[in-house]
Design a protein around this ligand. Structure first.
Ligand SMILES: Nc1ncnc2c1ncn2[C@@H]1O[C@H](COP(=O)(O)OP(=O)(O)OP(=O)(O)O)[C@@H](O)[C@H]1O
Length: 321
């Protein structure tokens, strides 16, 4: 009998403790990572290029051994229990390996045949269902080499979905795709999550994480910067104050006196960082009015995950790493 109980109830589908990878050349790619991915989440693993995302995923999938620390998948230790737990995990790492001369459908048949646990009698139905899942039924007979990058990526996802999965691990699933391809993958991820599959996906695109993920972890230089629900992460960074007024110089002076920093004036628009602590935006508005500044509009721009990243690391989010 399998060492893995298929019905094991785990609230945290991926958990790492002090997970560390130092490559032979001495490069510390992942540094004491403590990650917790809740069941049912769409979890974004975010960081600039070179921040250690792929190395972490390769350790989770048992492809490379950690230097130190531990990791569990669906409650079972990896790499020790990798063999028994990985059948419940669909993974798409560094693009799918496809045969260009075979049709999309035949590529999936090949994948399914390579799985010793897959019943050959139900193979055709499984492949048809997987093609349907990713919207490739009509293109199933086309050679894979004629597929667009987005279609290839969807075919890769179909191969990961031939069996029911509790967890999907996708490494940069939208990398290299055009906006339409990105949208397709994103809506597919949402659908899969709605069906109850936990999805862990890495990305260096902040807005992608904001659009599709419920939770995120932010990496920088091999270290975890922060993790949690996306809404809370963005709320951790205070938004920027924006005032429009025909008296920008006076407004800037008053705001400065009340602790607003990083003030910038562009025509009738004055922006700045809210002071930390007790002061409410409404108090600032009242102070402007008291000082006879004619306020046309007053607001705080919603903070984005990017603001949170900048606030936490003190650096810009440079996708070229
Ligand atoms: N096999 C290896 N040997 C030595 N160093 C490596 C190896 N693989 C990765 N690294 C280094 O480890 C660091 C983290 O790389 P990793 O690929 O995990 O980052 P990433 O966040 O996934 O970035 P990308 O999106 O570019 O893949 C980088 O500095 C990289 O050069």
């Amino acid at each position: 009998m399998s060492a893995v109980d298929r019905d094991a109830v785990t609230d945290t589908v991926i958990e790492t403790r002090g997970l560390t990878k130092r490559f032979r050349g001495g490069q510390l790619a992942v540094d004491s990572l403590d990650l917790g991915v809740p069941a049912g989440s769409v979890f974004g693993f975010l960081g600039p290029n070179g921040s250690g995302k792929t190395t972490t995923i390769r350790m989770l999938m048992g492809l490379i051994a950690p230097t130190s620390g531990t990791a569990t998948l669906l409650g079972h230790p990896v790499p020790r229990a990798a063999r028994s737990v990985l059948p419940q995990v669909g993974a798409l790492i560094e693009g799918p390996a496809l045969y260009g001369f075979l049709s999309g459908r035949d590529n999936l048949i090949r994948y399914d045949s390579a799985d010793p646990a897959a019943d050959p009698h139900t193979r055709r139905a499984r492949v048809a269902a997987a093609l349907d899942r990713v919207g490739l039924t009509a293109a199933g007979g086309k050679k894979a080499k004629a597929y667009s990058l987005g279609m290839k990526q969807r075919l890769g996802l179909a191969s990961a979905l031939l069996q029911p999965r509790r967890l999907l691990v996708l490494d940069e699933p939208t990398n290299g795709l055009d906006p339409q391809g990105m949208r397709e993958i994103r809506s597919l991820v949402r659908e899969l999550a709605a069906d109850g599959t936990t999805v862990f996906l890495s990305s260096h695109l902040l807005d992608e994480i904001e659009q599709v993920c419920t939770h995120a972890a932010v990496m920088a230089r091999g270290r975890l910067v922060v993790q949690g629900p996306v809404a809370e992460l963005a709320a951790g960074a205070r938004g920027r104050l924006v005032v429009t007024t025909p008296d920008p110089a006076r407004a800037a002076r008053v705001l400065k006196e009340h602790g607003v920093t990083d003030l910038a004036v562009a025509q009738e628009r004055v922006t700045g960082e809210l002071p930390p602590g007790e002061i409410e935006p409404a108090d600032l508005n009242a102070a402007l009015v008291r000082a006879d500044v004619r306020v046309r509009s007053f607001g705080v721009e919603r903070a984005s995950l990017e603001d949170a990243f900048v606030a936490l690391t003190g650096e810009g989010f440079d996708v070229t790493g």
